[in-house]
Design a protein around this ligand. Structure first.
Ligand SMILES: C[S@@+](CC[C@H](N)C(=O)[O-])C[C@H]1O[C@@H](n2cnc3c(N)ncnc32)[C@H](O)[C@@H]1O
Length: 387
C-alpha cells in the first residue's frame, strides 16, 4: 500500500501551496484527514494520519483507489515535494515494475454497465490467481472472450503481462470483487463460469464467493444447458456448496472426484502432491432466464438538508429488507461533509464515500456498482439526505 512517513508538519500549509491547488480539491477533517484529489482525470482520496510517535503517515485510501495505483504514488510524491516534507520512510519509489499495466484488456467494473455481448461467446473465471487456467482456455478457444475477475491486484497485473507475452486478444481482466460483477451482466449470456479453488473462508463464511445469491445470478447469466464449474480441495467448502446448490430449483448438479484437467495450477499441484481429494461440482442451468433491469440512476435528487446533518445520521447499522446501510465515519469539509459508508447486500457490501458540498450530494469517484440491491440502498440514502 503506497505510503510515506514524514516528520510532523502543519497541515494548513497544504492550502497555501500554489503547486497543490490544482490537484487538491478539498480537505476533509475528522479523527484523521482526507484530501480530495483530482489528478490525470481520476478522482481519489489521500489519507493523512498521525502515528503513535506523532509522525505523519500519508497513504492511499483503499475505498477510493484509482485503477492505476501509480497515480496515488505520484500525488504523494508531489505533496512531499511541494511541502518540502522531511521523509522518514517511503515505499512509493520502489516496486517500479509492480504496478498495473495500462492495457486495453484491463476493464473497469463500470465498463460492464448495460453491457451486451450479442452473439459473442463469453466465459467468466472468478479468482484466476496465477491465470494458468484462463490463459489455457483463451489459447484453446480464440473465438471466445474470457472475462477474468480477481480481487488481488498483483495477480491481475501478472495476467495482463501474460496476455501481452502470449499475444492474446480474448481476455478481459477485471480487478474487483467477483461477487458484485454478476448482477451487472445480461441474462443468458455466458457459456461457462469457472470458480477454481475459491478461498474457503471457514471462519468468515459470509466472505465466500459461492452463496445463494451468487448461484442465483450465475444461473441467470448462464445460457441454458451451460454450467458453473466449482473446483475445490476443501471438504467443508464442497459440502457447503452442495447444500447451497441443492436448495435451488431447476438446476442439475454433478459431482466428480479427482478429475484430471488439462491444466494444473500451482495451487492445485500443491494439493495433488499431498494426495488431497479434489472435488468438482458442476451446476447446469436448465431454463432460459428473464431479463432484468440493469439501468439504475445513482444521482441524488430531492436533497434538502441543513448542516449539522452529521448528528442526524444513525450511528448503528440500519438493516432493511435485503440490504443495509452503515454510516461509518464523517468528516467536515468547507460547506459540507464527507461521509464514509458501507451499504448494499449483506454478503456483497459496497464501500463508498459520499461528498456533500454546497447542497450537492454525490459519490466520490464513481457510482456504486449497478445492482438492484445497491439501488434500493441508494434510494434509502436519498431519504436520509432529505430531512
Ligand atoms: C486459492 S486462490 C486460487 C487461484 C486459482 N483459481 C487457482 O486455481 O490456482 C483463490 C483466488 O481467488 C481470489 N479471490 C478471493 N475472493 C475473491 C473475490 N471475492 N473476487 C475475486 N477474486 C477473489 C484470490 O485473490 C485468489 O487469487
Amino acid at each position: 500500500m503506497p505510503h510515506i512517513k514524514v516528520k510532523p508538519f502543519n497541515l494548513d500549509t497544504i492550502e497555501s501551496s500554489s503547486q497543490l491547488t490544482n490537484i487538491i480539491k478539498f480537505r476533509a477533517k475528522g479523527d484523521d484527514e482526507l484530501l480530495g484529489i483530482e489528478y490525470k482525470g481520476e478522482e481519489f482520496l489521500i489519507n493523512i494520519k498521525q502515528d503513535s510517535h506523532n509522525n505523519m503517515v500519508i497513504k492511499y485510501d483503499k475505498v477510493s483507489r484509482p485503477l492505476n495505483v501509480e497515480l496515488v504514488k505520484d500525488v504523494i510524491a508531489l505533496i512531499a515535494d511541494a511541502l518540502d516534507l522531511d521523509i522518514i520512510s517511503s515505499n512509493i519509489y520502489s516496486n517500479a515494475n509492480a504496478h498495473t499495466l495500462p492495457s486495453q484488456y484491463l476493464k473497469k467494473i463500470k465498463d460492464f454497465e448495460n453491457i451486451e455481448f450479442g452473439d459473442k461467446k463469453v466465459a467468466l473465471e472468478v479468482g484466476f490467481g496465477s491465470g494458468k487456467h484462463i490463459l489455457y482456455q483463451a489459447n484453446c478457444n480464440r473465438d471466445k472472450l474470457y472475462i477474468g475477475i480477481e480481487i488481488h491486484t498483483p495477480s491481475a497485473t501478472q495476467l495482463l503481462k501474460q496476455i501481452k507475452i502470449q499475444e492474446l486478444d480474448n481476455i478481459w481482466v477485471v480487478n474487483y470483487d467477483a461477487r458484485l460483477l454478476l448482477e451487472m451482466l445480461p441474462s443468458n449470456a455466458l457459456e461457462e463460469i469457472f470458480v477454481h479453488f475459491p478461498v474457503p473462508w471457514d471462519k468468515k463464511p459470509h466472505r465466500r464467493v459461492i452463496s445463494k445469491s451468487f448461484l442465483e445470478e450465475s444461473i441467470r447469466v448462464l445460457k441454458p444447458s451451460h454450467r458453473l464449474e466449482l473446483r475445490t480441495d476443501s471438504d467443508k467448502y464442497f459440502w457447503y456448496s452442495l447444500e447451497t446448490f441443492f436448495d435451488y430449483p431447476k438446476i442439475s448438479v454433478d459431482v466428480i472426484k479427482n478429475r484430471d484437467l488439462e491444466v494444473v495450477s500451482k495451487y492445485e499441484a500443491r494439493w495433488r502432491r499431498q494426495n488431497k481429494d479434489i472435488y468438482d461440482v458442476l451446476v447446469t442451468s436448465d431454463e432460459l432466464s428473464s431479463d432484468i433491469d440493469r439501468d439504475f440512476n445513482f444521482t441524488f435528487n430531492n436533497i434538502n438538508f441543513d448542516i449539522p446533518l452529521k448528528d442526524k445520521l444513525p450511528k448503528e447499522s440500519q438493516i432493511f429488507d435485503g440490504y443495509f446501510i452503515h454510516f461509518e465515519r464523517s468528516y467536515y469539509i468547507d460547506n459540507g461533509l464527507l461521509i464514509k459508508i458501507a451499504f448494499g447486500s449483506f454478503d456483497r457490501p459496497e464501500h463508498k464515500y459520499i461528498l456533500i458540498e454546497n447542497n450537492i450530494v454525490r459519490y466520490i469517484s464513481s457510482s456504486p456498482v449497478s445492482t438492484s440491491t445497491n439501488y434500493k440502498a441508494h434510494q434509502k440514502l436519498e431519504e436520509y439526505f432529505n430531512v
